[in-house]
Design a protein around this ligand. Structure first.
Ligand SMILES: CC(=O)N[C@H]1[C@@H](OP(=O)(O)OP(=O)(O)OC[C@H]2O[C@@H](n3ccc(=O)[nH]c3=O)[C@H](O)[C@@H]2O)O[C@H](CO)[C@@H](O)[C@@H]1O[C@H](C)C(=O)N[C@@H](C)C(=O)N[C@H](CCC(=O)O)C(=O)O
Ligand SMILES: Nc1ncnc2c1ncn2[C@@H]1O[C@H](COP(=O)(O)OP(=O)(O)OP(=O)(O)O)[C@@H](O)[C@H]1O
Ligand SMILES: N[C@H](CCC[C@H](N)C(=O)O)C(=O)O
Ligand SMILES: [Mg+2]
Length: 481
């Protein structure tokens, strides 16, 4: 491919130098080599423009920049653009042959429920006989083949490459998570979505977005960019459900349990054995637990109908779907003690999960919650998550999640500040997560009690000072049950 054909004619602000053959695209100086195009991206930590001299030394001769560098050697070609992140997505799309246009791409955004929904959509559509692709926090999948995932939504380059591999493998349906970071950083810019879904929005990620309004605006950006041949599907029971679709050109569709909606659900029963549901007047049993999963299932159902699947077959398959890894996974010990491992790492998720446990337990069972909050992430949610845990559990063990580069004791004291006065006797701080789970299960819980281990779900590591140590909540609970 040649450098100048990465962009349409009027896209660059200016172009300097000769056109040339290129073989790879990159935005990290450490990966640049002869034949690469280097995209200089102003990031949250450093500005990629500062690496241009060393990238030139590595033999790379083609650059995409927001600001023209000084002293450019004669054999270098440069394209100047307004937004390097957006340009990266434009270029990735043409480099990989515009893969999203060749499939039914479904994207979901929302604070909670994205991984659950895309995982179940992937399972459902596979069971209905389609070849599918999955892009999620837990893993990526190409028709059954697992590819490890590093982000909820990969960067534009990885993303278009993955989509192209899925197209190559014959996938007709691809289900992906769209994080708010991905919208702001234009990782999804230029993709053709057949369906865009909004699940819900509550507090999270204010370290990145600063205000809740900015966070809403980021998510709305996904729907603003959908084309008229797409569907925009929203949860009308969420306060921001309608706002999300305000400026979209896509065909608007709604789902809801409380409000009038195109796809209407009812929860007939929410029990430890699952949900009894009514979707568009068809009743069925689902193995997933909790009202929040009724929303996930309803939006999966709506998506399947919008994509032309038959209602009866969809309902039949919905009842066979199992929970996604690390989402409300239950483990039972010999003395009837139960542990639930769940990825609740936002106040809303924690509240939903704890209210679900309250609703399905018998009243003699006590609830013990083991919970922590991640470092280098929204610190405002720390006291709120501790307060919710204390209000909705009989006993709380505050512990470490992924401290990352922060001091775990500081995170824990910020959490502790949220514990209400009247709950002072019903919590403990055990910073070591191994020990916290051990004590909760073997000392605090009595026979038949329920221990919720929240925050890390499927994760198999604990990130301490940038080093990932093996840690698996499921392994830990099984050790002590
Ligand atoms: C805050 C954030 O989103 N950061 C992402 C962003 O990095 P950044 O803007 O901080 O980049 P930077 O380090 O300042 O570097 C700027 C530029 O200089 C380049 N560079 C840097 C160093 C060097 O030596 N040479 C060089 O060329 C970098 O490659 C980059 O192009 O762009 C990077 C490349 O795409 C991402 O890997 C990185 O994700 C970091 C690791 C991260 O932790 N992101 C999380 C917060 C995230 O994205 N989460 C969302 C949502 C999670 C959810 O709710 O599910 C997700 O989608 O995963
Ligand atoms: N529809 C929902 N509404 C509210 N909470 C939910 C919903 N679905 C799942 N949850 C809760 O949120 C947690 C995270 O769910 P999930 O991993 O599906 O969300 P996500 O949006 O992918 O999160 P992330 O932003 O980390 O990728 C679950 O473990 C559960 O506690
Ligand atoms: N995708 C989420 C993951 C949080 C998981 C939790 N275990 C933590 O480390 O905070 C985030 O980046 O905020
Ligand atoms: Mg996710």
């Amino acid at each position: 491919m040649n450098f100048f054909s990465l962009f349409s004619n009027n896209y660059p602000i200016q172009t300097l130098g000769e056109n040339q053959e290129i073989s790879t695209l990159c935005f990290d100086s450490r990966q640049a080599k002869e034949g690469s195009v280097f995209f200089a991206i102003p990031g949250t930590q450093v500005d990629g423009h500062q690496f241009i001299p060393q990238v030139i030394e590595s033999g790379c001769k083609a650059f995409v920049v927001e600001r023209m560098p000084d002293n450019i050697p004669a054999n270098i070609s440069i394209i100047q653009v307004k937004d390097a992140n957006e340009a990266l997505a434009e270029a990735a799309k043409s480099f990989y042959g515009n893969p999203s246009q060749k499939v039914n791409l479904v994207g979901i955004t929302g604070t909670n429920g994205k991984t659950t929904t895309v995982t179940l959509l992937y399972d459902l559509f596979t069971q209905l006989g389609n070849r599918c692709g999955l892009i999620s926090t837990v893993q990526n999948k190409i028709n059954g083949q697992i590819i490890p995932s590093t982000h909820t939504t990969p960067d534009a380059l990885q993303l278009n490459k993955l989509l192209a591999e899925m197209v190559q493998a014959g996938c007709t349906h691809i289900f992906m998570e769209v994080s708010s970071h991905a919208v702001v950083q234009k990782r999804i810019h230029g993709l053709t979505f057949k369906v865009g879904i909004f699940s819900n929005i509550t507090r999270d990620h204010l370290d990145f977005h600063q205000t809740f309004d900015e966070y809403i605006k980021a998510k709305k950006g996904f729907f603003d960019a959908l084309g008229k041949d797409s569907f925009a599907l929203t949860n009308v029971d969420d306060k921001r459900g309608e706002v999300m679709l305000q400026n979209t050109k896509a065909q608007k569709k709604t789902f809801g349990i409380l409000n009038i909606a195109d796809f209407k659900g009812k929860v007939l029963a929410n029990e430890i054995t699952g949900l009894q549901l009514d979707f568009d007047k068809k009743t069925f049993h689902a193995q997933l637990i909790g009202n929040f999963n009724a929303y996930n299932l309803l939006c999966i159902y709506a998506t399947a109908i919008l994509l032309g699947e038959k209602q009866e077959e969809v309902i039949l398959q919905l009842s066979t779907l199992r929970t996604a890894p690390g989402r409300f996974e239950q483990f039972v010990g010999r003395d009837g003690k139960m542990a639930i491992v769940d990825y609740a790492h936002t106040p809303d998720a924690l509240e939903n999960v704890l209210k679900t446990i309250q609703a399905i337990r018998n009243k003699t069972q006590k609830i013990i919650t083991v919970v922590g909050c991640g470092g280098n992430r929204d610190s405002g949610k720390r006291p709120i998550m501790a307060e919710i845990s204390a209000q909705l559990s009989d006993y709380v063990v505050l512990t470490s999640d992924n401290p990352r580069l922060e001091n775990p004791e500081v995170i824990l004291s910020q959490m502790e500040a949220g514990i209400p006065k009247e709950k002072k006797l019903a919590y403990k701080i055990i910073s070591d997560r191994h020990l916290a789970i051990e004590k909760a299960i073997s000392e605090i819980a009595q026979a038949n009690d329920i221990v919720l281990v929240a925050g890390k779900g499927h994760e198999t590591y604990q990130d301490i000072q940038g080093v990932k140590h093996h840690f698996d909540d499921k392994e830990e609970v099984n050790k002590w049950l």
